[in-house]
Write a protein that binds this ligand. Structure first.
Ligand code: SAM
Ligand code: FES
Length: 349
């Protein structure tokens, strides 16, 4: 036990561990160790952010996707998904609704939908920027050429979320079709950073074939990239994918890694994700208590929510935006934290 406590103390003080130390810590975790780790992560989170929770309004604007990631419910080969694409006016009304609910960051997320071309997205971003000048616009629309990232940035987008999914080339190839590579994904992240975006990356916890050794590579990559945001959530199987019989990522490992990330990157923006709320009724609250500081209420129109099914049993698919926001507010208050309506830019710019 002492050996592991020493590693946690080292992480808290030096914000880094070697590859071997990461593998030891992740592989050797126990309930007592986790409790100690959570307390350290909460202390650091409260040092920088107090009890504040940032909110980001998520708009899932299209579930068309040209990709075929093996884990993902809206992958191209899933013929059972009812496809939808919101038009610009609908997206703007979602933003308006979010604005009235006090949200000052909109996250536009979609599959890689070829109908939403660079020009079309640039126009959309300009419209949102013009209508909501005090809001941050975050994109989560997959991989593009660097010139497109630049065009979106010039149109007014500020932040970009692109999970690296897994650092390891072989592991990446087990989760994705051959057309996609870990190297290209990572290059996108460096490009986005260079352009000036606040960048978010991350991975699924408990994805098929993941090991403590592979997770240690993910942690070292996070350290190297030093993103403004890190999104991690449990892998959850979807019944219409090749991974339908694989095990879910666990609450326990997700919380452990959230705390590790808080100690490694003390000021990072760290969401407590919907996937975490899906595998446990109090998952999002527990995520906050492990060092997370962001929640993402859903602003997508209620009629399409069930169609943006990345994994089975996804929560919040029947609620109105206002219900989602209020539900999160109550949940946060129940554990002594409170939602703030600021844009919530990273302290780590
Ligand atoms: N197309 C964009 C992209 O590739 O970044 C954004 C949408 S994609 C569905 C967003 C994230 O959902 C992925 O980065 C992945 O980590 C997560 N995801 C997909 N399928 C999942 C599953 N079965 N369980 C948990 N998370 C999943
Ligand atoms: Fe494209 Fe999941 S395969 S969003």
């Amino acid at each position: 036990m002492d050996r592991y406590i020493t590693l946690i103390d080292k992480l808290k003080q030096e914000h880094t561990l070697s590859s071997k130390e990461w593998t030891t810590l992740i592989g050797g975790r126990t309930k007592e160790l986790s409790d100690y780790l959570f307390a350290q992560a909460r202390e650091i989170r409260e040092l920088h952010y107090g009890k504040d929770i940032y909110v980001r309004g998520l708009i899932e604007f299209s579930n068309y996707c040209k990709n075929d990631c093996l884990y993902c419910g809206i992958r191209r080969s899933n013929r059972n998904t009812r496809r939808y694409r919101l038009d610009e006016d609908t997206i703007l009304s979602c933003c308006q609704e979010g604005y009235e609910l006090g949200l000052r960051t909109f996250v536009l997320q979609s599959g890689e939908d070829i109908s939403y071309t660079e020009d079309r997205l640039v126009n959309l971003i300009r419209k949102i920027r013009g209508s909501f000048p005090d809001c941050a616009i975050t994109l989560s629309i997959g991989e593009w050429e660097k010139t497109s990232y630049q065009a979106f940035f010039d149109a007014g987008a500020n932040r970009y979320l692109l999970r690296h999914e897994t650092y390891n080339d072989n592991h990446y190839a087990m989760l994705h079709p051959a057309a996609l590579s870990a190297k290209k994904r990572r290059q996108s992240l460096w490009d986005l950073k260079e352009i000036g975006y606040q960048v978010g990356t991350g991975f699924m916890v408990g994805s098929p074939f993941q090991t403590p050794e592979l997770l240690s590579e993910d942690m070292l990559f996070l350290k190297e990239l030093n993103p403004q945001m890190v999104g991690i959530g449990p892998f959850i199987p979807h019944h219409d994918t090749p991974f339908k019989d694989e095990a879910c990522g666990t609450l326990e490992l997700t919380l452990f890694l959230l705390s590790c990330i808080r100690l490694m990157l003390p000021k990072v923006l760290l969401p407590s994700t919907t996937a975490l709320g899906t595998i446990h009724p109090k998952g999002r609250e527990l995520g906050i208590l492990s060092g997370a500081n962001v929640v993402m209420p859903n602003l997508s129109p209620t009629e399409v929510r069930k169609d943006y099914l990345l994994y089975d049993n996804k929560i919040c698919t029947g609620d109105e935006s206002a219900q989602c926001r209020n539900c999160l507010e109550k949940r946060m208050e129940s554990i002594g934290y409170h939602i703030v309506t600021a844009r919530g830019d990273s302290l780590n710019i």
